[in-house]
Write a protein of this length. Sequence first.
Length: 232
Amino acid sequence: MDYKEIANLISTAKKKTPVKVYIKGNIDKRIPKDVMVFSGNDSVILIGDYSYIKKILERNGSKIKYYYLENNCRNSAIPLLDLKRLNCRVEPGALIREKVKIGRNCIIMMGAVINIGAEIGDKTMIDMNAVIGSRAVIGKRVHISAGAVIAGVLEPPSAKPVVIEDDALIGANSVILEGVKIGKKGIVAAGAVVTKNVKPNSVVAGIPAKFIKKRDFKTITKTKIIEELRNL
């Protein structure tokens, strides 16, 4: 997806505030078709947009003893991805929006955020609290370490997304800026800020990141992925 497609999708989408409300008491039968109802003896669960739920609560105030309402977003334009169809491991607390492509046997750890339009290749790990920005393209067997930020290119708009090629390693708390390409088997040191392309098999470090050395036996050993972790 290019940035115009994403911007148009967000701007034209019907904004929703999905909620779930647990009601002790009774309500009338005038329930919009877009609201799910689970009723029991003197209790009801409603799931739907707050604009509908609010009216139901107000209209039935005298019949309701008390209620509890759950809500985790407001006027959201893009829902979260349906995880059930993924052939990978997604741990609790990861946030993945719709229009994201995720390959087979990936690992998405707690607190990771993957924004709309991003693409993740097979057997790649997105570690804890890493942020994958809009339209980023990440190859196979890549490791994005904890707290790393891969910049998105929605606002301000940019023609070139971040591209991270196969078998690269992005160190903890590093930042990859818009339009940067990390070559195959490239290594970005922890805390680095990468403002320019990184050649294949190169190691970069610092702020801004600079070339340190070519990938060697020592770095290969320290950055090797564990295939067993990717088994489902």
